[in-house]
Ligand binder design. Structure first.
Ligand SMILES: [Mg+2]
Length: 178
């Protein structure tokens, strides 16, 4: 049985542009426990494939890790924004691509202990390419990687981003089931 923890109080510590930090007291059986939370509106990422079965990945500098990381094209949601259309927007902005085939794969929780963030993941194919439109605070390099090679990059840990690793392995597993 999972014990439900009812929130008793919630204190806002910090409200920024993309996250909110709260410290909450919750009831666990007869005890009161402290929970530290980071709240985020959530995000969406898209595993998009070219007609040559290359997956489209983006490389960008990620400030917390001071590292260039390879990821699926992705973006954050505005409050209550629909993730279906947000995924199409991010794919168009970062890669300049519009898909004919666009399917929902599921939702990922990137860090469950303290972070309330849900990342929705889509599969896209039959792409039409146009212009890219990056946000002011992003600089992105677009890579087209043969899918087998991308799976290898997850296995050898060259791809470290959780949503990207999960997305690539989900698609690889689905293909193996066929
Ligand atoms: Mg992005």
């Amino acid at each position: 049985m999972i014990a439900f923890e009812e929130t008793i109080s919630s204190e806002l510590i910090y409200k920024g542009k993309i996250i909110e930090v709260r410290v909450e007291q919750a009831k666990l059986f007869d005890r009161e426990v402290t929970r530290e939370l980071v709240l985020h509106n959530g995000g969406v990422c898209v595993a998009a494939f070219t007609d040559d079965d290359e997956i489209i990945l983006v490389k960008q500098f990620r400030y917390p890790f001071k590292e260039g990381l390879i990821e699926l094209p992705a973006g954050k949601l505005e409050k209550n924004e629909d993730h279906y259309s947000a995924g199409l927007r991010e794919l168009a902005e970062e890669v300049g691509a519009t898909p004919d085939i666009y399917e929902y794969l599921g939702v990922l929780y990137p860090s469950v202990a303290y972070l309330y963030e849900k990342i929705h993941i889509y599969y896209a194919k039959s792409l039409h390419f146009g212009e890219t439109h990056f946000d002011d605070d992003e600089y992105i390099e677009v890579l087209k990687v043969p899918f087998e090679e991308a799976v290898e990059m997850v296995l050898n840990n060259e791809i470290k981003d959780a949503k990207t690793a999960a997305g690539i392995l989900m698609i690889a597993a689905k293909r193996n089931k066929k």
